[in-house]
Design a protein around this ligand. Structure first.
Ligand SMILES: Nc1nc2c(ncn2[C@@H]2O[C@H](COP(=O)(O)OP(=O)(O)OP(=O)(O)O)[C@@H](O)[C@H]2O)c(=O)[nH]1
Length: 803
């Protein structure tokens, strides 16, 4: 061994510490004494010694045999090298490595040092066996002792270097973890944020997840972070939010799939989705299955990453990817943190979904509260709100409200069933919607009533056009499972004006609608102040009539019906009068105000009750006449009508034939089967039926067939003017002939003069009613009149001539 070569710094330093002079060792030329090492012997001694140390068992556990043997082998080899080439670099390295290794095993310095006792014993024994002079042996022994201490210092240096490296690495790791924990707490904070104001679920998720990525990058020492979600159609993981240097460019350049059959599905994200487990990429440079991305990753400057699955309702929906610049960045603790961040994202997404569900539920509730469930149109509440908004806008005068009510809709329900009625309402709703502009409001107010709100109309002409189109559209037949039905609609129309309230506008539209109905339906009516005045008048009248019904102001007057030929009184028609402060008012002055109201039905009931009472009284007093009373459609529609009538007849003990019901042709035009059934039931118990005002309806003969009246009353308009309008004579004649042929009695109304009576007799009409016979009179006057009545001589002569 050459002592001329300089010692490595550390070797020189340690040698100096133990006062070992390389020249001193060199003097003994240890290579001459291979027996000194005797590695086999030393190995056994060292193994036996170390195995006895209590610390050995604690440190090596079950693996004591294999691991201790290996360590002992390293030690012994090193010892042999040390003896022969103590200053060689490999000897130095091996000593340091041994020390670091014992530190890594977690062995103490005491344990390490104790081995050197064995070296000393071993060397002393070996040296004792050498053939050396005493002073030489003493010198060699001393040099070898120093060499053992030198090695002890060398191994302890390695041990400490190891300890230092670990503590430095640990400090860095702790600092990194600390940052990550801070990051996690910030992520928790973000995930728990109130997101209501962030807009839609999509927008809120984007904001939250972007903030999470930014926080992780900014505070967590992460190079880049992104969250992606699985797109079911493409089976790709589509980036949703990201942060970090050039993240957008990186993500723009890669495709990530969950499909294991594709190379893009082989990376950590695809595997994370499929396995539901975090996937660790220790080093992108040498990771199997990573070739598809490694170039991108290198350019992007990251070496390690974790892909953590994101969950929703038990299924993986996406991935959180975190990247670090250093390889092996993600230790166990970092991975736990990545999972914890992913958990927070799961929570935040769950929270967003709950919020979205809540929002949808609220929207549904609001929709339910503001829309009609049958047609889906806005309901009264919403209409009212929209109307108020429209009125607050500047152009109130360019606003038109149309209030629609279908005509005779009740009949559709009655004839075809309620569900057919529903279908009809839906079809009408669709037609209205189709006719209006998107900004117009079409609302269903309930029942068969709709309101259309037309805003920003350029002129009144446009509004009228719209109404006319609506009227025609409603008229078009609607196909139903059992055939087609047709309805019409009446419409009240009103135009907005500055300062008018929504309430008022709707009320005015309603007034106009009412007028359109009373004018005969299937038309529209424009609201004006006169209309309102009339309505008020009407309401006053109704109020007064209701009071009259309860009080004693109504009376029945009787107008006789006679045989013009013989002068015989065949009966009388009961006509209602309203006696106010001595003034007797004819029904024409107050009944129109009751049109369509239940009050009309009450008036009918009152009249029937009193007519029966009068007739019964006269019957009991030798005047067995048939008394007729007018009944409106509204009464005949009442299911209780027939029962009540029969009870009244029974109570008064009046023969049923003594009562006649006069119905208007318009009743029959309603053609309701149950009205006809009701009339038939009355006929079946002997009550007589007269068709009033015959000739004024649209299809008289047709309805005759359905109603089957016993008596036909020719409307007085034909009779009164028969002299001036000869065509009326033809009508009267044909009605008379037809009636005689079908076995019905014909009575002419409006016999106002003797001449008319004569003409009627000449046409073969025998029975009449009119001023030439008698005006309607109070019930008390009627028996007297009957006893005194004589027909004009001309009629009697006519009779004579005819016979
Ligand atoms: N099928 C159906 N019918 C309804 C609904 N709501 C209300 N109705 C009925 O619709 C009818 C509306 O009454 P009215 O407007 O007085 O009946 P109408 O026969 O059209 O009378 P006019 O308007 O005077 O021509 C009533 O018989 C209600 O029972 C519904 O949702 N579906």
């Amino acid at each position: 061994m050459s002592s001329a070569a300089p010692l490595p710094d550390l070797a020189a330093l340690l040698a100096q510490r133990v006062d070992l002079d390389p020249a001193e060792l060199a003097r003994y030329d240890l290579e001459q004494h291979p027996a000194l090492a005797d590695t086999a012997l030393l190995g056994t001694a060292l193994h036996d010694f170390l195995q006895r140390q209590p610390e050995t068992g604690e440190r090596f556990g079950d693996a004591v045999d294999a691991e201790l043997r290996q360590l002992v082998e390293h030690k012994v080899n090193h010892f042999a090298t040390l003896l022969t080439r103590p200053w060689a670099g490999e000897s130095l390295d091996a000593g340091l490595a041994l020390g670091r290794q014992q530190h890594e095993y977690g062995l103490s310095t005491a344990w390490l040092s104790s081995a050197h006792r064995v070296y000393l014993d071993h060397l002393e024994q070996r040296v004792g066996g050498l053939a050396l002079a005493a002073d030489e042996r003493a010198g060699l022994t001393a040099a070898l002792r120093k060499l053992v201490f030198y090695d002890l210092l060398l191994q302890l240096s390695g041990y400490h270097a190891g300890a230092e490296a670990v503590s430095q690495g640990e400090a860095q790791r702790l600092a990194r973890l600390n940052r990550l924990y801070i990051t996690l707490s910030q992520v928790s904070h973000i995930a728990a944020r109130n997101v209501r104001h962030l807009g839609s679920r999509e927008l809120a998720a984007q904001t939250l997840l972007r903030e999470v990525c930014e926080t992780v990058v900014e505070h967590g020492g992460i190079h880049m972070a992104w969250v992606g979600f699985i797109d079911a159609a493409s089976q790709r993981i589509e980036p949703f939010a990201w942060a970090g240097a050039d993240a957008a460019r990186y993500l723009g350049g890669i495709t990530v799939s969950v499909d294991p059959a594709r190379p893009e599905g082989q990376g950590p994200s695809g595997r994370a989705v499929r396995s539901g487990q975090l996937q660790l990429l220790e080093d992108s440079l040498n990771a199997p299955g990573y070739h598809a991305w490694s170039q991108h990753a290198l350019r992007q400057g990251f070496r390690s990453s974790v892909a953590t699955p994101l969950w929703r309702d038990g299924a993986v929906i996406g991935v959180l990817n975190l990247y670090a610049a250093a390889p092996g960045f993600f230790g166990a603790e970092e991975q736990r943190l990545a999972k914890a961040i992913a958990d927070k994202i799961d929570l935040a997404l769950g929270h967003l979904d709950d919020l979205e569900r809540q929002r949808q539920a609220e929207a549904r509730l609001l929709h339910q509260a503001t829309h009609d469930p049958l047609t889906g149109l806005p309901n009264r509440t919403r209409l009212f709100h929209r109307l108020e908004q429209a009125l607050q806008a500047d152009a109130a005068d360019r606003l038109t409200v149309l209030m629609l009510d279908l005509d005779g809709f009740k009949d559709i329900n009655d004839l075809f069933g309620h569900s057919a009625g529903d279908t009809l309402l839906c079809r009408i709703a669709e037609r209205l919607r189709a006719l209006c502009r998107p900004a117009d409001v079409v609302a269903r107010m309930g029942g068969d009533e709709f309101v259309v709100l037309l805003e920003q109309l350029p002129d009144p002409h446009t509004a009228r056009n719209a109404v006319e189109q609506i009227i025609s559209a409603v008229r078009r037949p609607v196909p139903l499972p059992d055939g087609e039905v047709s309805v019409s609609t009446s419409i009240g129309m009103v135009t907005g004006s500055a300062g008018v309230s929504a309430d008022t506008l709707l009320r005015q539209a309603d007034i106009a609608l009412y007028r359109a109905k009373s004018l005969g339906r299937d038309q529209y009516c424009l609201f004006d102040d006169e209309l309102e005045r009339q309505l008020k008048q009407q309401q006053t009248t109704r109020h007064a009539i209701r009071a009259a019904l309860d009080g004693d102001e109504l009376a029945l007057y009787y107008q006789p019906k006679v045989d013009l030929q013989s002068g015989a009184v065949i009966g009388a028609e009961a006509l209602i009068r309203w006696v106010v402060n001595g003034e007797v008012r004819a029904p024409g002055r107050f009944l129109p105000a009751l049109e369509g109201t239940e009050l009309l039905g009450q008036i009918d009931s009152w009249a029937i009750r009193h007519a029966i009472a009068h007739a019964a009284h006269w019957h009991r007093h030798g005047l067995p006449l048939q008394i007729s009373v007018n009944v409106s459609a509204i009464s005949l529609r009442r299911p209780a009508f027939f029962g009540e009538l029969r009870a009244l007849l029974a109570e008064a003990a009046l023969p049923h034939q003594a009562l006649q019901l006069e119905v208007l042709e318009s009743v029959s035009q309603d053609s309701l089967q149950y009205i006809i059934d009701c009339l038939q039931a009355c006929k079946d118990i002997g009550v007589s039926l007269a068709l009033d005002d015959f000739g004024t309806g649209a299809s008289s003969l047709l309805h005759l067939q359905r109603i089957q009246p016993d008596v036909i009353k020719i409307d007085q308009r034909f009779v009164r003017s028969m002299r001036e309008q000869p065509e009326n004579i033809a009508i009267i004649k044909s009605v008379s002939t037809f009636s005689q042929l079908s076995g019905r009695t014909v009575i002419a109304e409006g016999v106002e003069t003797e001449a008319i009576g004569q003409d009627l007799l000449a046409l073969g009409v025998r029975f009449g009613q009119g001023y030439a016979i008698a005006r309607p009179m109070p019930a008390t006057d009627f028996p007297v009149w009957v006893s005194q009545w004589r027909p004009p001589a001309a009629w009697r002569c006519h009779v004579t001539a005819a016979s």
